[in-house]
Structure formats: C-alpha cells, structure tokens
Design a protein. Structure first.
Lengths: 117, 108
C-alpha cells in the first residue's frame, strides 16, 4: 500500500529535550516536505526537499532541522523544543516536481501531535 | 507576501444543498490550484486540482478558477453529512501555500 508513515503519532516532551519525528514514504517520490498545522493558521511549511541531499527552508524553519540522506526518509529534528513548537505536524511527499517545488498532489502522513511542556 | 485566504466559516448547509467555498490568492503568476479535504483528526487528502480558467467538474464537486480575479472556488452539490470536514485551498506559488481552511457542516 502506498503511504507516508510518520512516527511517533503522539508525543509529550519537555522543553529542551531533543526529539526526532521520522517520516518515510514508499512511493519513490522525489519531493518531501514538513508542515505544521495550528488552529486558525492552516498548514505552514517548515522545510522541503526536492531530492536526496537537497533541502530548503519553508515559511517557519526556526527551531527545526531536517536531513535527506535517503530518498524515502525525511526526518524532522527539534534540537531544543520549546512550548511554541506544540503543534500537529504533517509530512508529505509528491511525485511531481518543477525545478523549484512540487507541482502536483501531496500525499500526507497521518500526522504527529507534539506537546512541549 | 505569498498568501492564500479562505472564507473562515464555519459554513453550515442542510443536506442536499449546494455548499460554496471560496479562496483568493496573492501571487498572480500561480498556475496550479488544489482543494484538499480534511476530516477531523485526519490528514488532508486531495479532492480537486485545477490549472485553467473556468470550471472543472468531478462528480458532485466543481472547482472554478478565475486567474484575472485571483479567485478559486469549490462547489459541492447535493451536500451529504459525509461532506462535513475542513476544506483547504492550496496554491502553488513556487512552494505550496495553504489557506487556513473552511469548516463545513452538512446537517441532515
């Protein structure tokens, strides 16, 4: 089954404790992206990747890191989480790309709800 | 500033009625437009894409695009309670930009 898998789905942590949210897709998509979703603000892009070893900042990259060492995996790293990073996070992938971004359908993971105390 | 704006709602319609969802965007050069549906507690899923001015129909859903007015809309005919969800407008502005979403409730 074609899917984007995120882990963990739910996490409660404390300020400053490093954490990683993993994302894996089995569709051989080149484009992958991370979004956060907050009430009233919609989906905001954190980072995206056009291909292996190619990543770029989205709208809200502060406090986050990513890496793309393999095509299928795109982990999101919070080096020192803070309460304002409490949010619902979505990883997404897409088959279609132009030279600067995806151009087609985004396939989303099930989401990871993160609470930072 | 790259922005996508949606009528914030919430929108409530009776079963069988037409639901109309609207979206405007700031980047006049945008070429790709999408509507995603998101059920409560679930991830967004694509329901419509539109690239040319005019209407595009898929079953009970019709997407409308007017690039001159920088306006995209989604019409849902014969609305069903199962259509109750948040609808997200997305515009490719070099990166994919999402509106805040409109929550639709279809009452039996």
């Amino acid at each position: 089954e074609a899917q984007v898998t995120q882990n963990p789905r739910y996490l409660i942590t404390v300020t400053g404790k490093k954490l990683t949210v993993t994302c894996s897709q089995n569709m051989n998509h080149e484009y992958m992206s991370w979004y956060r979703q907050d009430p009233g603000l919609g989906l905001r892009q954190i980072y995206y990747s056009m291909n292996v070893e190619v990543t770029d900042k989205g709208d809200v990259p502060e406090g986050y890191k990513v890496s793309r060492k393999e095509k299928r995996n795109f982990p999101l790293i919070l080096e020192s989480p803070s309460p304002n990073q409490t949010s619902l996070y979505f990883c997404a992938s897409s088959r279609d790309t132009a030279f600067y971004a995806n151009t087609g359908e985004l396939f989303f993971g099930e989401g990871s709800r993160l609470t930072v105390l | 500033q790259k922005e996508v704006e949606q009528n914030s709602g919430p929108l409530s319609v009776p079963e069988g009625a037409i639901a109309s969802l609207n979206c405007t965007y700031s980047d006049r050069g945008s070429q790709s437009f999408f509507w995603y549906r998101q059920y409560s507690g679930k991830s967004p899923e694509l329901i419509m894409s539109i690239y040319s001015n005019g209407d595009k129909e898929d079953g009970r859903f019709t997407a409308q695009l007017n690039k001159a007015s920088q306006y995209v809309s989604l019409l849902i005919r014969d609305s069903q309670p199962s259509d109750s969800a948040t609808y997200l407008c997305a515009v490719n502005m070099g990166d994919m930009r999402f509106g805040a979403g409109t929550r639709l409730t279809v009452k039996p």
